[in-house]
Write a protein that binds this ligand. Structure first.
Ligand code: EPZ
Length: 418
């Protein structure tokens, strides 16, 4: 298994380009199951989760998918197989996003239950309840969601809790259902709005995506289209925090500053100088960092996917920063690894209190999930000496060419083949 070695400390400088958003392209790829005709997605990141989704779609009978130089093309054949097997779904929970499109296109679907993951139980009950409200019959058998229902009907649906992939799954299903669906208490993430923009380019009739209420009028078919995937705001946020953590000055390019409002506000309150220019954000060091509390919440508030990276940054700040995780019940796996590097962190319930500044020292550490591995890179860049991150495969799931990008910013970082 690959590892990542960092020789710290370093001061990042230069420019880095953000890739397309993993959490936008995955539902857009699942939506291809419903599209009749050639489709082209541009700005597609070459990350492992995209490769896994290509395998899932290939298994469902879509043989004509090709990713080349950030462009994903599909000729648009009808899926022939309604089953997404355990062996693929266990690798990537987002595979659950094929459930709605398969049901909408074929009238039946069999998808392995994703099961829990390092950051929480992550049930899909809200997806299932909503599909049943649209007239689907759903049974859980032998670890699989078995769904059927021809020509589902529009419904009035309120999610008990904001769910990103839940909103996306139902929005896709409703695009080919009979009549109007109104979804309330929806997830408002930019990735949800980008999926709707893609579907509307394919002939869907979706309004209000990105807001709390989304209205979908079902259509008979979706035709092919070309769509550019939005930039990855979590990748952009990771680079901003890495720069601030090393006292460096960088420019993050090809991103959407408007998708990072809460993050930019928080960093500015920490004393980080940030300048937004069009599709770029420039970070400039501005003296010692102040400790600032953060609370993760659904968009547009502070994203849970940047919580771990922010914690690594706060080890360098003056004072106590209380970081509260409200989205996932078990997303502090990185705390133990940061403590191994010398961080001072107390956890009580869903709140971690980081006391700083605590100079970090390099150490062998282990990544537990995608964002925890990004956190350990941010920590390793500011630590004294060598940090060796094992289970680096986690980072490859969601960050394109991460070692190369940090190297262009001046980091002494390399991949150690396992
Ligand atoms: C999406 O996961 C993202 N994944 C996650 O990114 C992200 O952390 C999360 O949204 C929150 O922003 C993708 O888009 C592929 P949720 P998702 O449904 O949709 C509970 C990363 O690092 N819930 O919004 O699975 C759930 O347990 C990943 O890129 C139910 O109880 O998250 C959680 O506590 C990690 N029942 C909360 O809601 C349900 O049916 C929010 O989860 C669904 C969710």
């Amino acid at each position: 298994m690959d590892r990542i070695r960092i020789a710290g400390p370093c001061t990042l400088s230069g420019r880095v380009r953000v890739s397309g958003a993993k959490n936008a392209v995955l539902p857009e790829m699942a939506a291809m199951l419903m599209i009749d005709g050639p489709t082209r997605l541009t700005n597609v990141p070459d990350v492992h989760d995209v490769t896994t989704m290509i395998k899932v779609l290939g298994h469902l009978g879509m043989q004509d998918l090709e990713l080349r130089d950030g462009v994903l093309t599909a000729a648009g054949c009808e899926p022939s197989e309604p089953e997404a097997p355990y062996d693929l779904v266990r690798k990537m929970r987002a595979s659950i996003l094929v459930l709605g499109p398969l049901l909408a296109r074929l009238g039946r679907a069999k998808v392995s239950l994703p099961g829990g993951c390092a950051i929480g139980a992550r049930p899909i009950d809200l997806h299932i309840t909503a599909l049943r409200q649209m007239g689907a019959r759903i049974d859980i058998e032998h670890g699989y969601v078995v769904a059927s229902g021809t020509r589902l009907r529009g419904a009035q649906i309120r999610f008990d809790k904001q769910t990103v992939t839940g909103t996306e799954n139902i929005m896709m299903t409703a695009s080919l259902a009979d009549g109007r669906t109104v979804l309330r208490n929806c997830a408002q993430e930019p990735e949800v709005a980008d999926l709707a923009a893609f579907l509307n380019a394919c002939g869907a009739r979706i309004e209000g995506a990105g807001g709390a209420t989304v209205t979908i009028d079902g259509v008979d078919r979706l035709r092919g289209a070309t769509h550019a995937v939005i930039p990855d705001r979590i990748e952009a946020g990771t680079f901003l925090m890495a720069a601030a953590a090393t006292g460096g000055g960088i420019t993050v390019e090809a991103c959407r500053p408007d998708h990072l409002g809460a993050v930019i506000d928080t960093l500015r309150r920490c004393g980080v100088q940030l300048q937004e220019q069009g599709d770029a954000i420039t970070v400039r060091p501005d003296g010692p960092l102040r400790a600032v509390d953060a609370k993760t919440l659904p968009y547009p508030e502070f994203p849970t996917d940047l919580q771990a990276q922010y914690m690594a940054l706060m080890t360098r700040a003056r004072g106590d920063a209380r970081i509260t995780e409200t989205v996932f019940e078990n997303r502090f796996m990185h705390v133990g690894e940061l403590r191994r590097m010398g961080a001072r962190i107390e956890v009580e319930g869903q709140t971690a209190t980081v006391t700083g500044p605590a100079p970090l020292s390099g150490a062998p550490v282990m990544a537990s999930d995608l964002r925890a591995s990004a956190c350990l890179i941010v920590a390793g860049l500011q630590a004294e000496g060598e940090t060796m991150i094992s289970r680096a495969y986690h980072i490859d799931r969601g960050y394109e060419h991460v070692v190369t990008k940090f190297r262009t910013l001046g980091a002494r970082i390399e991949r150690v083949r396992g």
